[in-house]
Design a protein around this ligand. Structure first.
Ligand SMILES: [Zn+2]
Length: 320
């Protein structure tokens, strides 16, 4: 883009002009020309007085704004506030809380919380491609009482795969290594438990057969050797690295994830944890981009995604 902002200050100045903000989002959303979100037609005209387009095809909802068909659908929050918030969350290493956003852009904390969750939806990696080459797989636990347990006791509890029973949420992660710095890629997802019946199929869904697979000695990975070139580092025997066989890269990601979650977010309900994972994975996987380019990548992904407030709170949780 010709005038892409490079800093938060730039972004705020730039998007203060409503028309500039609108053109910016429209160009990223519709690189081949503004298309009607209802029928896809390019035969549309802009109506400056209402800042909306009119589709010439015959169907209901002929008029649409740049927000329609995106995560901003039905939001009364102006574009400049949305864009500043996207900048903040794309580029804050440890995330940004709804309280900070509420103070920074002058909206209620509840609105900020809803905005952040919708932006996290845009950050979700929709890829169906399997990982390949050298892949590390590992699982970890977020929240709950076990965090404060003595390590030996914790290991004992967790080894049994009883994560749910101590109030922790189990998370599984993969990192595909790369020879190029900054190009390794992570995927992370919440899992019901750390039993073999969960871990084994998750590996098969995520990693292409025949890949080189490194894990620790957890029983859940025991039967992958037939379909993968599988090597194990036996943490229980005090072994953490054997040549290139280790899970340090995914464990490094767990450290980043936990620092972000514990440092920035007051509490993350297990129900919402997957969205925080998407956020951290997005930032990790775009860590070799400049702040400006990371922001552009986020704005490009806001289309075709929708999350209503009712969907968000359907677990009975409250915004925090
Ligand atoms: Zn149309």
């Amino acid at each position: 883009m010709k005038h892409e902002p490079q800093t938060l200050m730039d972004a705020i100045r730039f998007f203060a002009d409503e028309r500039v903000a609108l053109d910016f989002v429209a160009t990223l959303r519709w690189p081949n020309g503004v298309a009607c979100p209802t029928c896809g037609s390019l035969d549309v005209t802009f109506i400056p007085s209402v800042q909306r387009w009119n589709c010439k095809e015959k169907h209901a909802r002929k008029q649409f704004s740049v927000k329609n068909g995106s995560i901003m659908e039905d939001s009364p929050i102006p574009l400049d506030k949305w864009l500043a918030t996207m900048w903040l969350i794309a580029n804050a290493k440890n995330g940004v809380s709804s309280y900070e956003v509420a103070r920074s852009i002058a909206v209620t904390q509840k609105s900020a919380w809803f905005m952040l969750h919708r932006i996290r939806l845009a950050m979700e990696d929709g890829t169906f491609n399997k990982m390949n080459g050298i892949v590390e797989a590992d699982e970890t636990y977020i929240g709950g009482k076990a965090r404060n347990m003595h390590k030996a006791k914790r290991d004992e509890v967790l080894k049994d795969g009883h994560a749910g029973m101590v109030g922790k949420a189990a998370v599984m992660g993969f990192i595909q290594r790369s020879d190029e710095p900054g190009k390794s890629r992570v995927r992370a997802t919440t899992i019901a438990d750390a039993k073999r019946t969960t871990l084994d199929p998750k590996v098969r869904q995520t990693v292409a057969e025949g890949s080189i697979l490194f894990t620790d000695g957890a029983g859940g990975y025991r039967f992958l050797g037939d379909d993968y070139n599988h090597s194990v580092v036996n943490h229980d025997a005090g072994e953490y690295v054997r040549g290139e066989v280790h899970t340090n890269a995914i464990e490094n990601f767990w450290s980043l994830l936990k620092r972000g979650l514990h440092g920035t977010y007051i509490s993350v309900e297990p129900f919402h944890l997957f969205r925080y994972l998407d956020e951290q994975v997005f930032r990790f996987n775009s860590r070799d981009l400049s702040d400006g380019d990371r922001f552009l990548a986020l704005v490009r992904s806001i289309a075709g995604k929708r999350l209503t407030y009712d969907q968000l709170i359907s677990s009975g949780t409250t915004p925090a």
